[in-house]
Design a protein around this ligand. Structure first.
Ligand SMILES: Nc1ncnc2c1ncn2[C@@H]1O[C@H](COP(=O)(O)OP(=O)(O)OP(=O)(O)O)[C@@H](O)[C@H]1O
Length: 285
């Protein structure tokens, strides 16, 4: 399978923080990067886009070293970064003409049609936009020049549930052409679990888990067990353990096995937040 993006042991040191990240985005995939505030998501995105220098490691974008991308290659990438935007005195129609001059592939007509569909008036200045409108505009400008790879750092940050849903719908529509790919970050797991094919969890600069979303939601589970039940559990099936007032909370990758074979045990599947919590707060077995 073609890799649209590959990071191999990319390291970046800041005072009190070390990013050490390896990840891949295969063609046709939506890959999610999930992590709490300060986990290293934005640092990873800036490294990919060559906005910061890295200390070591290798970053390959569409088969080329990320520092060797030419203008044509860069036109195949759409980006949403926190904070970046157009001058706020412009309106949507003016942005369309700026984009048309920058990107030969950009269709102003198509862009304005999409803006209309997502409730962005053509003659309203950016400074009059709500947070949700600005987020939608950023994503529409990133996808309207027909890129093959989207790199989206927290595109749903600060949005209400309706605006988040609209952003996720835009991304699903973008993916209908099967050769496109997305790397998207969020600290809200529910945004990513319904969208992504696979997920990387990042914590303290390190990737602590990489799994297909289906496996994560169906096979990873919390076992809530008493002291006696815990003593009988085979340790090899457990990833992390946390002492609780009732006994132990255990993270396993074999949730279906426990559901089928231990009818008396409390087995909770389907929550990415639980998995993250146990990976961060639980102890090794
Ligand atoms: N220019 C910088 N100089 C020093 N430290 C930095 C710099 N940029 C980021 N950091 C540190 O790197 C760590 C990771 O920050 P980063 O912005 O990548 O996290 P994040 O996962 O994107 O978090 P958030 O969800 O809050 O945006 C933090 O501890 C931050 O303070």
């Amino acid at each position: 399978m073609n890799k649209m993006l590959k990071l191999e042991n990319v390291r970046k040191q800041y005072p009190g923080f070390l990013l050490d990240c390896s990840l891949e985005v295969p063609e046709g995939y939506i890959t999610g990067l999930i992590g709490q505030n300060g986990a290293g998501k934005t640092t990873t995105f800036k490294a990919i886009l060559d906005l910061i220098s890295v200390d070591s490691g290798k970053i390959t974008v569409m088969g080329k070293d990320h520092q060797e991308l030419n203008q044509k290659d860069r036109e195949k990438i759409g980006v949403v970064l926190a904070g970046s935007s157009f001058y706020d005195g412009l309106n949507v129609r003016q942005i369309a003409s700026v984009m048309e001059q920058m990107y030969p592939q950009f269709s102003g007509g198509e862009f304005l049609k999409l803006c209309g569909r997502f409730g962005l008036p053509g003659d309203k200045k950016l400074r009059e936009f709500s947070t949700g409108m600005s987020a939608k505009l950023k994503l529409l400008t990133a996808i309207s020049h027909n890129p093959r790879l989207l790199i989206l750092d927290e595109p749903t940050a600060g949005l209400d549930v309706v605006a988040r849903g609209e952003i996720l719908d835009m991304l699903r529509t973008y993916m209908e052409d099967g050769t496109r790919s997305i790397l998207i970050s969020s600290h809200i797991s529910s945004d990513l679990e319904g969208l992504c094919d696979d997920l990387y969890m990042i914590h303290g600069g390190k990737v602590i888990l990489h799994e297909e979303t289906d496996v994560l939601l169906n096979n990873y589970a919390l076992l809530k067990v008493s002291e006696a039940q815990y003593r009988r559990l085979e340790r090899k099936y457990l990833l992390r353990v946390k002492k609780e007032s009732y006994g132990y909370n255990c993270l396993t990758r074999h949730g279906q096995f426990f559901l089928e074979n231990y009818p008396d045990m409390v087995v909770e599947t389907g929550s990415m937040d639980n998995v993250i919590m146990m990976l961060v707060k639980g102890e090794g077995v």
